[in-house]
Design a protein around this ligand. Structure first.
Ligand code: NAP
Length: 247
């Protein structure tokens, strides 16, 4: 098992990509904690399903954009486990609009939930990681953070911001054995992408050389790899997992 004995925290683990990461990490031997915003029933189902297989998992209702709550969540984990090995900042949302119509609220909401949220948890997690003299941070970006996308200025800016944040962490804390990378998914089938208008969906799909949308496990697999010792010389990178869509 790749993550045997590691303590992992995943933000936004109740659905979609985050849920797949929770399951993969747990099956690879990690003790996983995850956060969610409103999906309490879904969070409880995940806990029940894993517990029925004898796997312990913990969940916190915690808005990732809340700085104080992030500190509390990390403190609680460290109190019970005495460490935190891996942080995966996955929580994220979209509020798409053309720039001409994009409101200040839509801008702030996306930046707070996608970028400030990662800052909140990175800031909390590096305290125990510095003490341990090791740690792994994975921030969930997006290919549009690299390429930009019409109608997603707020989302693309938030995901581009994660790249700057992650590269800075990699440089600042590499000497303390803390690694930080960005996983940038392309088009992955989740609730986030299921309501796209047919025309837009076809446009995305026609741009994918591998000729299929990505699945949540495509992203969970790379997270397990980056969180494992096999990736011990990889930091400050943006790993695109997009079927070749953006190259
Ligand atoms: P999703 O199906 O909509 O799930 C989002 C998850 O994030 C849910 O667990 C949700 O919790 C949680 N969440 C949202 N806001 C939160 C907050 N403020 N605090 C705590 N948790 C919060 O989305 P997804 O498609 O799996 O996307 C996951 C990540 O991958 C996001 O960062 C997204 O930007 C990125 N991504 C996705 C795609 C794609 O094609 N799907 C492509 C590129 C990047 P609740 O269930 O409680 O609401």
């Amino acid at each position: 098992m790749e993550l045997s004995g590691k303590i992992v925290l995943v933000t936004g683990g109740s659905r979609g990509i985050g849920k797949a990461i929770v399951f993969k990490c747990a099956h690879e031997g990690a003790k996983v904690y995850f956060t969610y915003l409103g999906s309490q029933t879904k969070a409880e189902e995940i806990i029940r399903e894993l517990q029925s297989k004898g796997i312990q998992v913990g969940a916190f209702q915690a808005d990732a954009s809340d700085f104080q709550r992030a500190q509390e969540v990390v403190e609680e984990i460290v109190k019970s486990e005495q460490r935190l090995d891996v942080l995966i900042n996955n929580a994220g949302i979209t509020k798409d609009n053309l720039l001409l119509r994009l409101t200040e609220e839509q801008w702030d909401f996306v930046i707070d939930n996608n970028l400030k949220s990662a800052f909140n948890y990175c800031k909390a997690a590096i305290k125990p990681m510095l003490k341990q003299r090791n740690g792994i941070i994975i921030n969930m970006g997006s290919v549009v953070g690299v390429s930009g996308n019409a109608g997603q200025a707020n989302y693309a800016a938030s995901k581009a911001g994660l790249i700057g944040l992650s590269k800075s962490i990699a440089k600042e804390l590499g000497s303390r054995n803390i690694r930080c990378n960005v996983v940038a998914p392309g088009f992955i089938q989740t609730e986030m992408t299921e309501n796209l208008p047919e025309q837009e969906l076809q446009k995305w799909l026609s741009d994918i050389p591998l000729n299929r949308p990505g699945q949540v496990d495509d992203i969970a697999n790379i997270c397990v790899f980056l969180a494992s010792d096999k990736a011990s010389y990889i930091t400050g990178q943006v790993i695109q997992v997009d079927g070749g869509m953006n190259m």
